[in-house]
Design a protein around this ligand. Structure first.
Ligand code: SF4
Ligand code: SF4
Length: 109
């Protein structure tokens, strides 16, 4: 079951969205979803802790935003097809996705 995030943890997530950057103290690399293997079941989306909120429905795909992903890795345990991989070579998320995330964050406030 998904745990409720504290207001402090949610505020840290909001700060990461504003800075469009990962937390400096995260040691693990983020994860990524391989779209050619994903069956878009949504299990990962529901399992990502609210304080991270790193997984989004985006078009036809389910995606992880690396700047919001701590690498924890709750989603990996819930994926029925094992298509969530460590992403050492992640690249910064584009503006279109950030705009989508900011709208989602405002809607949730
Ligand atoms: S590794 Fe953790 S923080 Fe990253 S997307 Fe999966 S559940 Fe969310
Ligand atoms: S749990 Fe796995 S198969 Fe399901 S949407 Fe997430 S990445 Fe795709």
């Amino acid at each position: 079951m998904k745990k409720l995030a504290s207001s402090a943890a949610l505020s840290e997530r909001a700060d990461r969205i504003t800075r469009r950057a990962r937390a400096d103290n995260w040691k693990k690399p983020p994860r990524r979803i391989e779209p050619s293997e994903c069956i878009t079941c949504g299990n990962c989306l529901r399992s990502c802790p609210g304080e991270f909120g790193a997984i989004f429905d985006h078009g036809l795909d389910v995606v992880i935003v690396p700047e919001l992903c701590s690498g924890c890795p709750s989603c990996v345990l819930e994926c029925p097809v094992d298509c969530i991989y460590v992403d050492e070579d992640w690249t910064p998320t584009g503006d279109a996705m950030w705009n989508h995330i900011e709208l989602t964050a405002e809607g949730a406030a």
